[in-house]
Design a binder for this molecule. Structure first.
Ligand code: GTP
Ligand code: MG
Length: 611
């Protein structure tokens, strides 16, 4: 339960070591509540000791009662009444302490839950791209919900039960030993057997909880992917298939759950038998001792009222161990995220650059390979985009265009070479300074469930309404927005449901422009808009009222045509570089592309005045 719990085994069977043990991690997150938590632990000790005191008084009461009944004693009933009063008083006080104690534990556990959840969310939000491609959304959701709840349950219930069981067992055992060591010995002699069985149970149930946790994450991932991919499911009429897939995951989870719970059933009969032996031993040995006159009837009653305080913690141990293993599996998952570190972070001597960049972008012999990929994606890429210039990147699908531009805002880092902005390696800038200078419209557009206005102003929350309209006009979105039921106040649903692909792209372009970036990166942003609209957008991009270097990935010649420089990418290498004119004259891949897209030979196009 100490530092060895700091080691966790994840699904790939590799051991993850955490900087802290589970309990010191919990302690850290109980900050602000530590005093209350200790008071609660103390309260648990107190109310359990009080449980032992009541049978003690009962024994005394029986002895007094017997004496009075036999006409013995002083005939003074005041001791009798005082004992009854003390018992009632103690019981009421104990109930009050239990009540306050439970509330205290709940408060502590909720506070820790709140703190850890916020910390995790913060941690997840600041992770890099590698993290997001490693963890599935459903798995992450399981960690911040179900797993965290197991952690809360550990604080509110498991720890309390551990303390309760130990206090009950040991105080009852001490009481037994003081009252009659021989009787105590004959009852307690069998208790180590139970500990032995519980340790065996722990070894058997621990891996099942880890497996159960994996099944839960897998089921949640199925559900999450199916719900967010609902349109694909419907388009392919694969509802039955998806329902079936989920049913299987659900069934798998249920069976693992049953198997985990059944593990206890294998051990339960032994524990129960041993626990049930205790009252029998008491009855036999205690009976003999009464006959011998070694103990009084009252003492025997105290013993029999207290035998549960020995037997119950034994029975409870299995349950506690089960819950503790659930906590163990869940906290490994939570702590993995809690202690995860993004690889792409501010360099320790990163330069603060609060001012606007000039906007010069240079790739200096950049090569790149994804960590989980086999082959490099980019080889020896070198080019320069001067401030205010437009560089277009064209090339067949999968040739590495998106990978290339992702290195400018440092979503990924080159495996060789450097990416420089204004002559400084991007890794030397503070990430926030770097990224706030870059306006990016990604290939896969994601709009938030917010108004159109809110989506456009995402990067600049207090943007004035007329500015929002201006950026919407730049991206040819103003017209269709005004036709929407509530104009700029129209809520666009999750992932912009209710908008066409081209409309979403235009809002995403307006969002990228709204931060007035010194470097604008557009990844196939106009692929879904018609030629006429695209022309309008290109026109506005040339006439922006702020200086901006543009790096535009495009498939259409109409987009690349006016660029200051065109890079043609093939299999991760720049195979052609130059202006539209130069590349057409060079007679290579670009020229073929022009002919293919415009449907005629260069000569014919020239003659016809198209070029
Ligand atoms: P289109 O957007 O289709 O025009 O392609 P692209 O030129 O933008 O290609 P991209 O840069 O996205 O991908 C280049 C290569 O990298 C492809 O072979 C992809 O399969 C691969 N790739 C892209 N993303 C990842 C990733 O996250 N991990 C790994 N291992 N490979 C990736
Ligand atoms: Mg791409």
């Amino acid at each position: 339960m100490s530092t060895d719990t700091a080691k966790a085994t994840d699904k790939n069977a590799k051991t993850v070591t955490f900087p802290k043990s589970k309990f010191s991690w919990l302690w850290e997150n109980l900050s602000g509540m530590r005093v209350l938590f200790v008071v609660c632990l103390f309260g648990t000790v107190v109310y359990n000791v009080m449980q032992i005191v009541v049978p003690f008084f009962s024994g005394k009461l029986v002895d007094e009662f017997t004496k009075l009944g036999n006409g013995g004693g002083s005939g003074d009933y005041s001791v009798f009444y005082r004992l009854i009063g003390a018992m009632v008083g103690l019981t009421l006080l104990r109930v009050l302490i239990v009540y306050l104690d439970c509330m205290g534990y709940e408060l502590c556990s909720q506070s820790a839950l709140f703190k850890i959840r916020n910390y995790l969310y913060n941690k997840i939000s600041r992770q890099d791209m590698k993290f997001y491609s490693t963890y599935r959304t459903g798995d992450l959701m399981t960690r911040v919900t179900g797993d965290l709840d197991a952690v809360r349950h550990n604080i509110a219930w498991v720890i309390r039960m551990i303390v309760e069981s130990f206090v009950l067992f040991f105080s009852a055992a001490i009481y037994f030993v003081i009252m009659d060591p021989l009787l105590a010995f004959s009852i307690l002699i069998i208790s180590p057997l139970i500990f032995f069985i519980v340790v065996k149970f722990k070894t058997s149930v621990a891996p099942k909880h880890t497996l159960l946790r994996e099944k839960l994450a897998s089921m949640n991932t199925h559900a999450q992917e199916n719900i967010s991919g609902n349109r694909v499911v419907k388009a392919f009429a694969r509802e039955d298939y998806e329902i079936n897939k989920f049913d299987n995951a659900n069934k798998d989870f249920m069976e693992t759950n049953i198997d985990t719970q059944n593990t206890w059933l294998k051990f339960y009969p032994y524990i129960e038998t041993i626990a049930d032996l205790m009252p029998i031993i008491l009855l036999t040995v205690g009976g003999i001792f009464i006959i011998n006159g070694r103990i009084t009837m009252g003492e025997y009653i105290s013993f029999s009222m207290l035998i549960w305080a020995i037997a119950n913690p034994m029975r409870q141990l299995g349950n506690i161990m089960n819950e503790f293993q659930r906590f163990n599996a869940a906290s490994n998952k939570v702590m993995e995220i809690y202690y995860s570190e993004a690889e792409i972070v501010d360099d320790k001597d990163a330069i603060a650059h609060p001012d606007r960049f000039e906007g010069k972008v240079e790739f200096d012999h950049v090569s790149f390979k994804y960590e989980d990929g086999n082959l490099p994606v980019l080889y020896d890429i070198s080019f320069t985009a001067n401030p205010g210039e437009t560089v277009a990147i064209i090339g067949e699908t999968g040739c590495g265009k998106t990978s290339l531009i992702q290195m400018i805002p440092r979503f990924y880092e080159p495996t060789a070479g450097k990416v420089l902005i204004d002559g400084i390696d991007v890794s030397k800038y503070k990430l926030t300074d770097l990224r706030k200078n870059i306006g990016l419209a990604t290939q896969d557009v994601l709009l938030y469930s917010d108004t159109i206005e809110g989506n456009i102003a995402y990067g600049v929350p207090h943007l004035r309404a007329e500015e929002i309209v201006k950026f919407a006009r730049y991206s040819a979105a103003d017209e269709f927005i005004l036709k929407m039921p509530e104009g700029y106040d129209t809520i666009v649903g999750e992932r912009g449901v209710g908008l066409s692909g081209g409309q979403k792209q235009r809002i995403s372009l307006a969002r990228a422009l709204a931060i007035k970036p010194s470097i604008l990166i557009l990844d196939d942003t106009t692929s879904a808009v018609d030629m006429e609209t695209e022309k309008h957008i290109q026109h506005s991009l040339r006439d922006l009222d702020f200086n901006c270097t543009k790096i535009i990935i495009a498939q259409r010649i109409s987009t690349t045509k006016f660029a200051d420089k065109i890079l043609v990418l093939k299999d991760g290498r720049i195979i052609e570089e130059g202006t539209h004119e130069e590349l057409v004259n060079a007679g290579g891949y670009y020229k073929d592309l022009v002919e293919l897209q415009l449907g005629d030979s260069i000569e014919a196009l020239r003659e016809g005045g198209v070029l």
